[in-house]
Design a protein around this ligand. Structure first.
Ligand code: NAG
Ligand code: NAG
Ligand code: NAG
Ligand code: NAG
Length: 448
């Protein structure tokens, strides 16, 4: 119990971990014991909590014909189910069908459970999307001053929330937003597909997330496992606030574990740390990760004005195929919320470890550009084999304002990262999130 409370506290301290994904698809799936199985109308699924009560959205008048707007039904269902929070919690079942709805909020001790043939469709009428406040650590919408559109599925100040199912689909139908955005016709920042803020004990699993208007899953929890992400932007973006707003808010993202991620992102990174990192980012562990046809691997991006730090980053077991850069860090990202940032607020980048890396068909091995007078330190790369693309004409390594070491790396790194015989670090102590256990839960459909 003590341990569990500790876990919750730590989870609550992690803020703005963005899985940033644009207009394509995400599937995060844990297989094996945690997977959902069906026998007739009895579903077994793995979750951090099972629920004592259950309802179907049809109990609240929802119609899954793809045309009826079900916003009221979803909101009434959640309001009704919130009454069971102190009586074992409640599960809201979404049966097969196409369920059109506007934004709705979640509640505590609550499970949203999607059948495999259930599709939640986000309304394409902008009037169904109320405005919400900007993130406190951003001060602004990411794309425009002022507020931002409320996320499709939103929760704040909650505990014990599960969104799961049998790989059922949440489809943001984001195309109208992308079109308006590219035409410069939006006054406010686009909505996310799922956003959970100031919350703890959150599970989001066994879902297919599609066509987000903007960022796809913007959670406030710290383990990302078994994901397959196709993206037009960074597959996973780890952030913690933007310049003076992020510095003032001062909430770091830390103790983040990313495992068994497969990413396709031709114009962005598999995992990006930053560029908004003004609350600090530390203790990020990425293991068994694969990038295919992706611009870069685990990338660090920052700028003067951000302040704070990115430190203690550990990558172990990274496979890459068809990459522009295997390694990329830069301190010249720019992009400021407004003119009031402090141009002397230096970001500190230190303790960045990569080991056991295999990359094929790479255009440039590495581009490391620290900040003059503010070098990136403690870089360590060991046991890395990078096979260059036959067409590559670039110098494989470019380095400036960085310090560190390498060991067993080909092609030969730049001389400011000299050879030492070491294996770069990867922590062996478990994180609190590793102690979280899944229970086997059963849901029986009462009627169809
Ligand atoms: C939610 O939690 C945050 C952080 O603890 C707090 O600042 C905020 O006032 C809370 N909001 C509500 C609506 O309770
Ligand atoms: C969900 O997808 C995973 C990965 O493809 C698969 O192993 C699992 O059987 C699927 N579960 C269901 C209920 O369809
Ligand atoms: C290697 O990368 C280039 C792009 O740099 C791509 O056009 C080509 O198809 C890739 N080759 C293989 C074998 O994947
Ligand atoms: C080097 O990396 C490869 C590929 O990840 C791995 O199979 C191998 O065990 C590593 N070697 C050592 C000495 O750790």
């Amino acid at each position: 119990m003590e341990l569990w409370r500790y876990t919750i506290k730590l989870l609550a301290a992690v803020v703005v971990v963005g899985i940033l994904l644009v207009s394509t698809g995400t599937e995060c799936r844990a297989v094996g014991k945690v997977g959902a199985v069906t026998t007739g109308s009895v579903f077994e699924y793995g979750a951090v909590s099972c629920r004592a009560h259950s309802f179907s959205v049809t109990d609240f008048g929802a119609v899954g014909d793809g045309k009826t707007l079900n916003t009221r039904a979803f909101q009434q269902a959640v309001d009704h189910l919130s009454r069971y929070s102190q009586q074992g919690g409640a599960l809201l079942y979404v049966p097969p069908g196409r369920w059109l709805t506007g934004t709705f909020n979640l509640t505590s001790h609550f499970t949203l459970f999607l059948h495999k043939d259930a599709v939640l469709l986000a309304s394409q009428d902008i009037n169904d999307w109320p405005l919400a406040k900007p993130l406190p650590s951003y001060g602004h919408g990411r794309e425009a001053p002022g507020g931002r559109y409320m996320s499709f599925i939103f929760g704040t100040n909650l505990t014990d929330v599960i969104i799961t199912g049998m790989n059922g689909t949440i489809d943001g139908q984001g195309e109208i937003w992308w079109t308006k955005f590219h035409e410069g016709k939006l006054r406010y920042t686009r909505p996310h597909l799922i956003e959970i803020m100031h919350s703890n004990n959150i599970q989001i699993s066994h879902l297919t997330l599609l066509n987000s208007p903007f960022w796809t899953l913007h959670p406030v929890y710290s383990r990302i496992e078994d994901c397959f992400i196709v993206s037009g932007d960074d597959c996973v973006a780890v952030k913690s606030g933007w310049d003076e707003y992020g510095i003032a808010y001062g909430m770091p993202t830390r103790h983040l574990a990313i495992r068994r991620l497969t990413c396709i992102s031709p114009t962005s990174a598999m995992i990006a740390l930053g560029s908004e990192m003004s609350g600090g980012i530390e203790d990020v562990r990425a293991e068994d990760i694969t990038a295919i046809n992706t611009e870069s691997g685990v990338r660090i991006k920052t700028a003067m004005g951000r302040g704070a730090y990115v430190r203690d980053v550990y990558v172990k077991g990274m496979k890459m195929h068809t990459m522009k850069w295997a390694f990329w860090m830069d301190g010249n990202y720019g992009s400021h919320p407004d003119k009031h940032y402090n141009p002397n607020a230096r970001p500190m980048v230190s303790g960045i470890n990569y080991r056991d890396v295999v990359a094929e068909n790479v255009t440039m091995a590495a581009q490391f550009n620290g900040i003059p007078g503010d070098p990136f330190t403690g870089i360590c790369i060991s046991n890395a084999t990078i096979a260059m693309s036959p067409k590559s004409k670039e110098a494989p390594w470019t380095c400036s304002h960085v310090q560190g070491i390498t060991s067993g790396v080909t092609p030969r790194p730049c001389s400011i990262l000299p050879e030492k015989t070491v294996a770069c670090q990867f922590p062996t102590a478990k994180l609190p999130i590793d102690m979280v256990k899944f229970k086997k839960c059963v849901y029986k459909v009462r009627h169809t």
